[in-house]
Design a protein around this ligand. Structure first.
Ligand code: GDP
Ligand code: IMO
Ligand code: MG
Length: 447
């Protein structure tokens, strides 16, 4: 009997963020998509903002996989994504207006829908946590600093089940009406102050039927589609949203998002077994950033020198959110965190981005351990309270003066920039396969 090659050999790849999101996954997916047939999202929703810059033209993708920019590829939104139909419509209009062919987009019938009341609930919960923090003045109560895109409430509804609406339901008005009824009734008694307009059943039904008409031509059973493609020898690139340290299980809980961002999410979020994935590319910045609340041990903030270095990195790296425009918190590179993310994802190679941003610094610091209660550890602490108590232990490396945005091979990098890359490789134990020295597709070193 002949052996089916693709059944036994992994043909798929994954791109996953190793920090707190915004590592440059969009750019790396765009680079790798060239050698794949399909790009599939498996987690998150419109909380993601993935930037791709092609010949000076910047695209910001939120729900649609970054592979959409290649006309011949399929772009699949898997069942693990929570889908906001309004955002999808806006994104499709924006891409079409710029001449992008969006006919390759396919949406899972089992993706959960972000309903208007999920967004209202996200905002209401954040506002109430913020008031509690202001009243308590201290302690660990704090808003999460979500994107207010309804992500957490949509995933919570998925787990609660009865009132959850999936893309397939949008195409079946009878069951849709029933589910919306359950969801609204639950909210009427929840005590959360929600805008009454988001709980008007007739309006919600009309909105949901309209959403169904928008999505209907794209809907498929994507688990069968993707597995059949794998069987036919097609190569799938899985595009993770958010970051490993925002993963609901493995991140800095509770300051995380609602989904499985690490590659374990591929199995639940698409129906493709994770053993089909042979190449797992971890994307990391040459420093750390975080948006929203939660511990960032190496944070560079405050009125002194640390804050000034943080501001310099933020401005050079244009560290302002792609989705919300919020200034990102900035810190030195945390290799304790990166090593942990490499471990939980089984990373096979690293894409190091933003190396150009560090040019012009006399010294660059890298956190290689944490001091906790007088003891030094090289273990990450994926829990906000424990991590909040960790003090970074740094190694100082010499910085590099020259701008490096024009380098195209590693040998063209200044010695000290190359040494920084080699330091990461040696401490993390995984090769750096891609070095990114600017936002553009061309500003990339692969050899
Ligand atoms: P993602 O969410 O992981 O896709 O990352 P974002 O797109 O939210 O944020 C990364 C930002 O850095 C975007 O503005 C990119 O265009 C930009 N970028 C990506 N790689 C580089 C790089 O190597 N250098 C610089 N200066 N900018 C980069
Ligand atoms: P990409 O894919 C950076 C953060 C939010 C907040 C926390 C929870 O562009 O890297 P949520 O709205 O998901 O409930 O917010 O997670 N967050 C991100 N930070 N990049 C992202 O996505 C993020 N997605 C969520 O800022 O702290
Ligand atoms: Mg982003």
């Amino acid at each position: 009997m002949s052996e089916n090659h693709s059944e036994t050999h992994p043909v798929c790849s994954a791109v996953v963020g190793l920090q707190w999101g915004d590592e440059g996954k969009g750019k790396v997916v765009d680079l790798l998509a060239a050698t794949h047939d399909v790009v599939a999202r498996y987690n998150g929703g419109a909380n993601a903002g993935h930037s791709v810059v092609v010949q000076g033209q910047r695209f910001s993708l939120h729900l649609i996989p970054s592979g959409i920019l290649y006309p011949s590829k399929l772009a699949v939104i898997g069942n693990g994504v929570v889908l906001d139909p309004d955002k999808l419509g806006q994104e499709l209009d924006g891409l079409r207006a710029r001449g992008v062919d969006t006919s390759g987009l396919i949406v899972s019938d089992r993706a959960h829908v972000v309903m208007p009341y999920h967004k209202a609930e996200d905002a209401a919960r954040e506002d109430s946590l913020k008031s509690a923090r202001e009243e308590a003045q201290a302690g660990s109560v704090s808003e999460i600093g979500t994107t207010r895109r309804g992500i957490g409430p949509a995933y919570a509804e998925k787990v609660q089940r009865a009132g959850a609406v999936r893309v397939g339901d949008l195409l079946r008005p009878e069951s849709l009406k029933e589910k919306i009824g359950v969801a609204v009734a639950t909210r009427r008694t929840s005590g959360l102050k929600l805008d009454p307009a988001t709980l008007d059943e007739a309006k919600l039904l009309e909105w949901a039927i309209g959403a169904g008409e928008l999505i209907r031509p794209m809907v498929q059973d994507t688990a069968y589609l993707l597995n059949n493609l794998v069987r036919a020898g097609k190569r799938i690139l899985f595009e993770s949203a958010n970051g490993t340290l925002l993963d609901v299980d493995h991140g800095t809980y509770p300051f995380v998002t609602g989904s499985s961002c690490a590659i374990a999410g591929i199995g639940t979020g698409t129906g493709v077994p994770v053993q089909r994935v042979g190449r797992v590319v971890g994307v990391m910045k040459a420093y750390s950033t975080r948006v929203g609340a939660g511990p960032l041990p190496t944070e560079l903030a405050g009125p002194g020198e640390a804050g000034a270095i943080g501001d310099r990195i933020r401005n050079r790296g244009r560290e302002f959110g792609t989705t919300t425009g919020r200034p990102r918190r900035v810190g030195w590179l945390d290799l304790v965190a990166v090593r942990y993310s490499v471990m939980v994802n089984g990373i096979t190679s690293i894409a190091l981005t933003m190396l150009d941003v560090l040019a012009g610094m006399e010294t660059v610091r890298v956190c290689t351990g944490y001091r906790v209660g007088g003891k030094v550890t090289d273990r990450f602490l994926p829990d906000a309270v424990s991590l909040g108590r960790a003090e970074p232990v740094y190694e100082n490396l010499p910085g590099f003066a020259d701008e490096i945005g024009a380098a195209r091979i590693r040998r063209e990098l200044p010695d000290r920039a190359r040494a920084y890359v080699e330091f990461i490789e040696s401490r993390v134990g995984v090769p750096v396969e891609i070095v990114s020295v600017g936002p553009d597709r061309e500003q990339t070193i692969t050899s």
